[in-house]
Design a binder for this molecule. Structure first.
Ligand code: GLN
Length: 542
């Protein structure tokens, strides 16, 4: 029997509902249960794929090719359960399903309404594809009180009745601010948020209270009284030094026990949290540090590269070092001060990106890394920029560029109009819709024997996640190879370059896919482990 845990948030946004859900998922796993985690997003975009990262943060891509909310990355990293298309839905997608049905005449001439048609579609989504999961944790985006999230809240309210109290549980995450001038913790915002939730028919079972200090017993009792929740179900969610401490802290405060009790389940000893203790210890006591410059476009918002910064941290964990990340806007290099900013870093990384703005700055950063023999890791756009740099400066093709930026003399990166996937031809149209027209999700690649890449993966075939429209142009492969650029992985049919590297360099690797999406704290991605290892070696030289 699958049980459902609904996680809502109140008072303010950015309280970390995603991490809270992921941590609870990990705790339940540590007690031997199987979990799935999913998220309902209240905005009208059909998916976050076309949203500016400054609006939404990173777009997380699943194996089955869905462009999803970055919280799915937290879920996957904390639980190891691969996220799927069926784990993230938006109001936009729900409405497009309902409207498509209406056009088909599926409602038999009836009036189509938010209740029951939209709420039914939401409930269908929440309860579908849950086989094998003891618990489904379902996070509702936004903050209680927003107009946008009302249909989702109404749907989970109905589900509570339909599933019954032993199969549905509501957790509400709130904030207990400390007001300095009064010298007091304030419970009123939490009271109001719960009042709002109760006014739409949801009585939370457990309150998770974010606070930057211990919440005294008296305050907990007060919250319990006003919010109609048992005192031991008012759980402090205190600030911690590293995200890996969250499951441990929740357990110490009794969250997992209260969840099981609320469901009427027995408590069978203690959860096995050994690996979480171990990782907190390792993250807390690195033996050294390295600095990595990340040359991107959305460097002002850490969430825009969430999986990347996590994967770099994992690479640090694998090498027992702290990775200091220097987020640099590539446009600054177009003013010509490349050298100064990169002089002292131990590694340079150009991550995924879109559009012409800042691209020349990235090419300049590649040139610096290549010439000065600083470890270089190019991811997706970062590989494409490395190919352009090599074409111009090694293969004597000064007019080399990507057709993403307009027509050019030597399109070493260009649009492929069709490619093979699982035995069928997939096509995309020039000038077609921007949403959902990319090579998305897991694709296989064959590694070239004897390359650095093959040494890192220690295997011949890999599967990695993709999210891009353009490809390195295979017609330039020979010419670039003669100039010294090795093609270290190709698509299984040999038409799409998947990775490149340089021999005469301490570590210079570009990959067309996004390895950061699959890296986990307990299983750092081999490319990140190897890149940071190279950065450690480089740090001993400078
Ligand atoms: N803009 C490039 C493309 O569409 C790279 C995309 C990316 O880095 N994710 O191919």
């Amino acid at each position: 029997m699958t049980r459902f845990i609904f996680v809502t948030g109140g008072v303010v946004s950015s309280l970390g509902k995603g991490l809270a859900s992921a941590a609870l998922g990990a705790l339940l796993q540590a007690r031997g249960f199987t979990v799935r985690l999913r998220k309902l997003d209240p905005y009208l975009n059909v998916d976050p794929g076309t949203m500016n990262p400054y609006q939404h943060g990173e777009v997380y891509v699943t194996d089955d090719g869905a462009e999803t909310d970055l919280d799915l990355g937290h879920y996957e990293r904390f639980t190891g359960v691969p996220a799927r298309k069926s784990d993230n839905v938006t109001t936009g997608r729900i409405y497009s399903t309902v409207i498509a049905k209406e056009r088909r005449g599926d409602y038999l001439g009836g009036t189509v309404q938010v209740i029951p048609h939209v709420t039914d579609a939401i409930k269908e989504f929440v309860t579908a594809d849950t086989q094998g999961a003891d618990f489904v944790l379902c996070e509702i985006g936004g903050t209680v009180g927003d107009i946008e999230s009302l249909p989702f809240l109404e749907a989970i309210r109905q589900l509570g009745n339909e599933l019954g109290r032993d199969r549905a549980l509501y957790i509400h995450l709130t904030l207990i601010p400390f007001i300095r001038s009064a010298g007091e913790l304030k419970t009123k915002p939490t009271q109001h948020s719960v009042k709002e939730l109760r006014s739409i028919g949801i009585q939370p079972d457990i309150l998770l209270c974010r606070c930057d200090q211990e919440i005294p017993r008296g305050e907990r009792a007060k919250i319990a009284l006003f919010c109609n929740v048992g005192e031991d179900r008012v759980i402090p969610a205190l600030d911690v030094r590293s995200i890996y401490e969250v499951p441990l802290s929740y357990h110490a405060q009794g969250l997992d026990v209260q969840v099981l009790k609320t469901f009427g389940l027995g408590i069978d000893g203690e959860p096995d949290l050994g690996r979480w203790h171990d990782i907190v210890e390792r993250a807390g006591g690195p033996e050294g540090e390295v600095s990595v410059a990340v040359i991107g476009k959305y460097t002002g918002l850490p969430d825009a590269y969430k999986s990347l910064s996590e994967a770099l941290d994992h690479g640090g964990l694998a090498n027992n070092v702290r990775v200091n990340m220097d987020w640099i806007d590539s446009e600054t290099f177009e003013a010509g001060d490349t050298v100064q900013a990169l002089e002292n870093v131990n590694g340079i990384l150009v991550p995924g990106g879109f559009g012409e703005r800042g691209a020349e700055g990235k090419v300049a950063a590649v040139a610096f890394a290549r010439q000065r023999k600083v470890p270089y890791f190019g991811i997706c756009f970062g590989m494409q920029m490395a190919v352009i740099e090599a074409a111009r400066n090694l293969a004597d093709l000064p007019g080399a560029s990507s057709t993403e930026f307009g027509p050019c003399q030597d399109p070493v990166v260009g649009l492929m109009s069709e490619w093979m996937h699982d035995g069928t031809i997939e096509r995309r149209q020039v000038g077609g819709d921007l949403g959902g027209t990319m090579r998305l999700g897991a694709y296989g690649a064959t590694l070239t024997p004897g390359t650095r890449l093959q040494g890192i993966y220690r295997r011949g075939d890999i599967t990695e996640r993709h999210r891009h429209r353009y490809e390195v142009n295979v017609n330039y492969k020979e010419r670039l190879e003669r100039a010294g650029l090795r093609f270290s992985a190709m698509s299984p049919d040999g038409t799409l370059p998947e990775a490149i590297e340089l021999d005469d360099h301490p570590w210079f690797v570009g990959v067309q896919f996004h390895p950061e999406l699959k890296s986990k704290p307990f299983d750092p991605h081999p490319l990140f482990a190897s890149f940071i290892e190279a950065a450690v070696r480089q740090s001993r030289l400078v």
